[in-house]
Each structure stands twice: as C-alpha cells, then as structure tokens.
Design a protein around this ligand. Structure first.
Ligand code: ZN
Length: 243
C-alpha cells in the first residue's frame, strides 16, 4: 500500500483521549494521574501566555532543560515555544548533560533558559563561570534548588516547578510560581502544599498532600493574573522584580 494511503487510513482511526499517565511523588507515595490531549492543549495555551508575559516573542531563541519523563509539562512548554515561534534546543536537566547545556547556550545565545537545574549548575561550575554565562540571558526560569543559587550570583532567576502534576511558573514579579487556577486547586496545610484537580480538569485528582514545604498566596498579582502563587521553601524568599 502506498504511504499516502496508509496515512489517509491512519487519520480515520480513533485517537485515544489519553496523552500521558503522569506519575508524581506525593506525601503518601507515588501517585498517577491521567492527562488528556485536550488538557495538554489548555496547559500549552496557559504556558504560552506566561512566556509571553516574560516578553518571549517570535524570532527569539530558547534553551529548554528537561527530561523525557517530565513530558507532562515539558511538552506544554515545547508547544508554547512553537506557538510563539521561538526556536528552541533541548538539553537534559540531569547534571551529566551539562556540557550540552554549555554548547547550546554558546551556540544559540538564547533569550531564555527554561528549566535550569541545580545539578546542571553544579556540572557547569567546574568548567565555566556560571554567573558570567547566564548574566546576558534575559530570562532564566530555574528549578527550585537552582533559584537561590542563581539569585545569589546576581541573576534574577524566576521559578519553574512541578507541583505534583501541575506546573508553577513565576511571572516577572517573581512573587511565587503561578498555577493555573482553572485547572488546579492548590493550597497549603501546616506548611505543606496540596493539589487537586480544578473545575476545568476532566481527569480526576482528589486533594493530594505533596510533602513539599511552601505556602500559597491568593489574590491578584501585580502582573494582572488572578492565578494563585506557590512559594516554595526550597526556592528561597520571593524576589521583587523592582529590587
Ligand atoms: Zn504574577
């Protein structure tokens, strides 16, 4: 059968709604949650809005540090970068792949680095001046453990963090990572975060304690968003964008 015929037939097949099974660490152990293609599309649109808020625009370049198992948010970020027409390269967030981060950073001269990890910073520190490397980068969205390291070096990193199956993304105000309130309900009890599926989420998740130390700030943010902000103890105190 010709390839065109095969593709035409494949297009008629039912597409399963399930895109991913998201496996995450909760306070009571490993938990699974479904992620549908429709949810992924909404997550992608939300991430695109957040990145647009940071000034990402067509023609710019980005470096994304992510691992395959993080596809539940990594794919939303990739989709958002495509939507914004930002060219991107991907390096692992694991420390062993820090050389790829160094090469992409040198060759791409990216406007944004997204998902930078403390492990990668540690790997880079042996061969490069990390402060000098990331100071010219307009936007560094870093993981919780990397945020205080970068801020200590004078780089105003913003937070990107998985909060269970949800994604927290700090806006330019840097007052905690926004979580999409339409899709998730986040809160804190006794200083520990919990997450539950929100009103729009079709995949179910009851209120699940995450065993992550932090707090949640509600009310409107100076960026204009009403989405709650997650402040992780690990990421250090919130940073004022104007300081
Ligand atoms: Zn904000």
């Amino acid at each position: 059968m010709a390839r065109a015929d095969t593709l035409a037939r494949a297009r008629k097949l039912d597409r399963p709604e399930l895109a991913y099974l998201v496996r995450f660490s909760a306070a009571d152990g490993t938990t699974d949650m479904e992620l549908t293609w429709a949810e992924l599309a909404r997550d992608t649109a939300w991430v695109a809005g957040a990145l647009r808020g940071h000034g990402l625009a067509a023609g710019q370049r980005a470096l994304l540090n992510t691992s395959g198992f993080e596809g539940f948010w990594g794919r939303a970020v990739i989709g958002a970068l495509s939507e914004l027409r930002v060219t991107y390269g991907i390096a692992e967030a694991m420390g062993w792949d820090h050389r790829r981060t160094a090469v992409f950073h040198r060759e791409l001269n990216p406007h944004a680095v997204i998902g930078l990890s403390a492990d990668t910073l540690e790997g880079l520190a042996g061969a490069a001046d990390v402060a000098e490397m990331f100071r010219p980068t307009a936007l560094v969205l870093a993981r919780p453990a990397a945020v205080p390291v970068l801020r200590g070096l004078g780089i105003p990193a913003a937070l990107i963090a998985a909060v269970g199956p949800a994604l927290a993304l700090e806006c330019p105000e840097r007052q905690g990572g926004h979580v999409n309130a339409a899709e998730w309900r986040v809160g804190a009890r006794d200083g520990e975060l919990f997450v539950a599926a929100g009103e729009q989420r079709t995949s179910s998740l009851p209120e699940t304690p995450l065993g992550i130390a932090g707090r949640v700030v509600t009310g409107s943010c100076a960026c204009g968003s009403q989405d709650p902000r997650v402040q992780l103890a690990e990421a250090g105190p919130a940073l004022s964008a104007r300081s």
